[in-house]
Design a protein around this ligand. Structure first.
Ligand code: NAD
Ligand code: UDP
Length: 319
């Protein structure tokens, strides 16, 4: 049985990845310090014989007994308000955490995949973003703690590949959504759905003309799985190119939830990227991958998930 370590296992993407590896017949070791994650996301796995969980902060030395075939490093706060609240931990998990896991991968001769992000492109000056674009990041702005941690993460991963011959993979993930996102994590989709369910106005930041391109989680997991199994060590964008303005997105959520909420406008956070859309030519050519779930379908599944949560989650204040 192949053995895989998933860091950030109790989070949104990490828990879906654990599910996928279990389905593929792997022995899965999940690791998480629960700083933004939730054990509920993996409680259905805890009794399985081929799953085990370590409660551990990967910014500290990481020890895993036995052999490992693959490591997927997904531990990191991912929502802007999370990483603004815990900026130093964010920098540490991207840098020290990645270094620890690369060391572990070397010791175990494991292949390592890191979760990078479209944020390495910052507020992009070319559109759509190709992997060749170097990005436009403000290192000392509020988002710098996340963006630069991820850029460092890519650099050290590539260095381990080049200098130590380690097998590495780099996925640049564009905005991904689906069940198990935290209703109050501040990201736009849970924010809007939560507001609609509570009967509040939807808060659009800025004039709402900034764009994002939202990818459903099952498509994202499929892309990540294919990249891991490929032999391609350079960064690959995985995301859905279907681009939408945030104002249009708010209207879609109002229609989906069947509410008659209003949209209210709040100031745009500093360095908020004005446009974001992945060019996925590489993923298509190298992995034979493209997204299959359109936004209407993905939003419906996600809305049904949020609606099924106990009411106290809807009113839980985290920030
Ligand atoms: P999430 O917050 O749901 O999951 C992150 C998990 O990492 C949480 O369970 C958290 O407790 C854990 N974690 C954080 N710091 C840790 C540490 N030091 N040690 C151990 N565990 C730690 O976020 P997510 O959306 O699932 O994101 C997962 C990964 O994917 C992150 O690396 C993120 O940067 C990346 N990513 C996500 C998106 C997206 O749209 N969801 C986009 C780009 C990149
Ligand atoms: N946003 C918004 N209202 C909210 C939350 C977010 O208008 O209540 C905007 C945010 O300013 C950004 C976009 O939605 O332009 C996506 O934000 P998110 O935090 O989901 O992720 P980002 O892509 O910025 O990392």
């Amino acid at each position: 049985m192949k053995r895989v370590l998933v860091t950030g296992a109790a989070g949104f993407l990490g828990s879906h990845l654990c599910d996928r590896f279990i389905k593929e017949g792997f022995y899965v070791i999940g690791m998480d310090n629960l700083i933004t994650g939730n054990m509920e996301n993996i409680e259905h796995l805890m009794a399985l014989e081929n799953f085990e969980f370590y409660h551990h902060d990967v910014s500290n030395y990481v020890h895993v007994p036995g052999n490992l075939d693959y490591i997927l490093h997904f531990a990191s706060p991912a929502s802007p308000i999370d990483y603004l609240k815990i900026p130093i931990q964010t920098l540490k998990v991207g840098s020290l955490g990645t270094h620890n896991l690369l060391g572990l991968a070397r010791a175990k001769s494991a292949r390592m995949l890191i979760a990078s992000t479209s944020e390495v492109y910052g507020d992009p000056l070319i559109h759509p973003q190709t992997e060749e674009y170097y990005g436009n990041v403000n290192p000392v702005g509020p988002r710098g703690v996340y963006d630069e941690a991820k850029r460092f993460q890519e650099a050290i991963t590539m260095a381990y590949h080049t200098f130590h011959g380690l097998e590495t993979r780099i996925v640049r993930i564009f905005n991904t959504y689906g069940p198990r996102m935290r209703l109050n994590d501040g990201r736009v989709l849970p924010a809007f759905i939560g507001q609609a369910l509570r009967g509040e106005d939807l808060t659009v930041f800025g004039d709402g003309s900034q764009t994002r391109s939202f990818c459903y989680v099952d498509d994202q997991v499929e892309g990540i799985y294919r990249l891991l199994m490929s032999d391609y060590p350079h960064p690959v964008n995985i995301g859905n190119p279907d681009e939408i303005t945030i104002s249009q997105f708010a209207e879609e959520i109002i229609k989906l939830t069947g509410t008659d909420q209003k949209v209210i406008y709040k100031p745009l956070p500093k360095d908020d990227p004005m446009q974001r859309q992945p060019n996925i030519t590489k993923a298509k050519e190298i992995l034979g991958w493209e997204p299959k779930v359109d936004r209407k379908e993905g939003l419906k599944i996600t809305y049904d998930y949020f609606k099924s949560l106990p009411e106290e989650k809807l009113y839980k204040k985290e920030h």
